[in-house]
Design a binder for this molecule. Structure first.
Ligand code: MSP
Length: 644
């Protein structure tokens, strides 16, 4: 069976998890789910890093024992991953008994191999990063303070008798490994940073501390505790049973990828491989160092108060939307800014408009013309064959991009296909086929669109598992996501579909809700400043064509409670399905006078909420002084008819 072992960094438990730490864990989850969907057996590891000065200090400040702090925070990480629907296969804690034993065993082997010696360390240390720095690496502020080049906080001097790891000995072997394995560290520009360090030569590394108690004791010299980074890196092999359960270890090691943030690349791409070389174990296949998230342009930090809990966003927009946004809008590998405004844009356009609306329109027609049963594909025309070809190309490229960790590009490619599908729908004009009674052709077109949607839902399931599950169940499939749905075009024939609500709800800001209400009541079509046409100005036909005017039949009407003006209407828009709209006509019409009327509606207006009730369109009315009259058609015509 194909296997895939993927890890995240293990997170320090000095502070609560935030959107930044969740970012790596979500991306790891996307990759793990992606491989599972393709039939791989996956081991996805995450956990917490619980030793060291940083944790000891945080516990002291809180007035609790370090272990108490660790237990409390490790639980918070576990809870968050559960809430975010993370599918990690194991959660390692560095205070776990078996991990601590493995660390001691590993360091003993480094000692036996002659790679560890005693010496004195005198130099600089950054507690927040738990990192030793050379004098020439430090930065300085305007007061002449010595600052850590990574986190820009003040470093401290330490002088201790330590054990050292002969890291310098591994400069050449590491250079060779980088040369022989050009994809060992990605992206490329991160690899180059590592090569630069290697080319200037590595210095031996202090791997124990005596001024600290909160750590794993050095074998045979318990006055020393093992440096927290040495302890932490070993988690990647202790979690899979090294050295007690070598069968399991050999099954998973070497890891396929260590997913990390860019600031800890040195530890993963230089120190960890050298440690593994020292004990004679194979190196991980890849280290992928992603960029950093900022929030509204600022670094995420407790002191800035922007360390937001991702749950807030998940509650407001849904898990899938947050996941999609994080990997689609923020280019994976680069730094990026988490912006709620951009998240809403992605939700409204990519998800609600392009993806959700296509499914909604198609399912509405299957309900109406095929009694909710997917008819299946009969003979293929040129346009259908082109669609199938386009899908095959998309699938191949999507898989190749995902396999090379270009998640953003992969999604971009998939959305190009969704755009193609929308165009296919418009060009094949299923509503005309329905009107002409051409059932066979209509069935083929609708079936091709739903079969394609099943494939899209499968491909995107690692990123948006909840909505993909929903698509599966709407299409009558109760199985897990599987690559079997990526080939063949006869998965859905004869299945009963469920129309349901739109897959994604557009999000409109409250400010806009109020102004939308005013505009609707005034009966104006223009909703945006750039669309406003001044009196007397002439418009061209294309401008007018943007407005999708349709005949609709009012099926139900009901006054909105606590509102003098608003009426809630259920309308039939023919092939566009049933909709709810809210209109400001209560002072002019009684609800019972409205039912059965044929009215004119703007069908492609952005949804809005009026007094908390969703409105998906706007009816047209003529208003002068105190009079208001609904626009209607003089003769009987089918709902959904276009007005031009
Ligand atoms: N404990 C070490 C890692 C040991 S791994 C053997 C550590 N922990 S940490 O809590 O500081 O987490 C660092 C990781 O969290 C980063 O490498 C990155 O994966 C993730 N992130 C934390 N903040 C982040 C952002 N603002 N943006 C993106 N990722 C971030 O270092």
């Amino acid at each position: 069976m194909k296997k895939f072992y993927i890890t995240t960094p293990i997170y320090y438990v000095n502070a609560e998890p935030h959107i930044g730490s969740s970012y790596t864990t979500i991306v790891g989850d996307i990759l793990a789910r992606y491989k599972r969907m393709l039939g791989y057996e996956v081991f996805y590891l995450t956990g917490t890093d619980e030793h060291g000065q940083k944790i000891a200090q945080a516990a002291r400040e809180k007035g609790v024992e370090p272990q108490v702090l660790c237990d409390e925070l490790a639980q918070k990480f576990k809870d968050l991953w559960k809430d975010l629907n993370i599918t990690n296969d194991y959660f390692i804690r560095t205070t776990d008994e078996n991990h601590m034993r493995t660390v001691q065993y590993f360091v003993s082997r480094m000692l036996e191999n002659g790679d560890v010696y005693k010496g004195t360390y005198e130099g600089w240390y950054c507690v927040p990063c738990e990192t030793y720095w050379n004098e020439d690496e430090l930065e300085h502020d305007e007061h002449g303070h010595n600052l850590c080049p990574s986190c820009k906080r003040e470093v401290q001097v330490i002088k201790e008798e330590n054990y050292f790891f002969r890291l310098s000995k591994y400069t050449e072997p590491l250079l060779k490994h980088f040369q022989d394995n050009p994809d060992f560290v990605e992206p490329d520009f991160r690899k180059n940073e590592m090569l630069k360090i290697l080319e200037s030569g590595l210095k031996d590394l202090s791997i124990t501390r005596t001024t600290l108690k909160w750590g794993i004791p050095m074998p045979k010299d318990p006055e020393h505790v093992i440096y927290v980074w040495v302890d932490a890196l070993i988690n990647y092999i202790s979690a899979i049973g090294y050295p007690d359960n070598m069968d399991n270890f050999n099954k998973w090691w070497p890891a396929d990828v260590h997913l990390i943030g860019k600031e800890i690349n040195r530890f993963h791409s230089l120190i960890w491989p050298a440690m593994l070389m020292s004990v004679g174990l194979p190196l991980p296949k890849k280290v992928f160092a992603h960029g950093w998230l900022t929030v509204n342009g600022q670094k995420i930090s407790k002191s800035l108060g922007n360390a937001i809990d991702p749950r807030e966003y998940v509650k407001k927009y849904g898990n899938d939307v947050v996941r999609y946004y994080l990997v689609r809008d923020i280019v994976f590998g680069k730094d990026g800014d988490f912006s709620e405004e951009n998240l809403i844009k992605r939700l409204n356009s990519d998800l609600a408009n392009d993806y959700g609306n296509l499914l909604h329109r198609t399912l509405a027609m299957i309900v109406k013309h095929f009694e909710s049963v997917i008819p299946g594909i009969s003979s293929l025309e040129e346009i259908d064959k082109n669609l199938i070809d386009e899908y095959e190309k998309t699938k191949e490229e999507y898989i190749s991009l995902m396999d090379s960790y270009k998640i953003t590009d992969a999604l971009d490619r998939l959305w190009q296909f969704i755009g193609y599908l929308n165009k296919y729908f418009d060009e094949t004009r299923p509503w005309v086929l329905a009107k002409e009674g051409n059932k066979e052709r209509l069935g083929t077109v609708l079936s091709l669109v739903v079969e394609s949607t099943l494939k899209v839902a499968t491909l995107v399931s690692p990123v948006m598992p909840d909505s993909s599950k929903e698509v599966y169940s709407r299409l009558g499939i109760n199985n897990d996501f599987s690559e079997i749905y990526l080939t063949g075009w006869e998965h859905l024939k004869g299945r009963k579909i469920l129309h349901g609500e739109p897959l994604f709800k557009k999000f409109e800001k409250v400010k806009e809700e109020k102004s939308m209400e005013k505009e609707q009541i005034k009966g104006q079509a223009e909703t945006k400043a750039e669309n406003v046409v001044t009196m007397g100005e002439l418009i061209d036909i294309d401008y007018f064509k943007k407005v999708d005017l349709r005949v609709a039949k009012i099926l139900e009407a009901e006054k909105v409670e606590k509102s003098e003006k608003l009426v809630k209407l259920q309308i039939d828009l023919g092939e566009l399905g049933r909709r709810q709209i809210v209109a400001g006509i209560a002072q002019f019409y009684k609800p019972e006078e409205l039912v059965g009327r044929l009215i004119i509606v703007v069908a492609n207006l952005k949804p809005a909420k009026l007094m908390g009730i969703e409105s998906n369109g706007m009816l047209l009315a003529a208003k002068k002084n105190d009079k208001l009259k609904l626009l209607t058609v003089s003769d009987e015509i089918e709902p959904g008819a276009k007005i031009s």
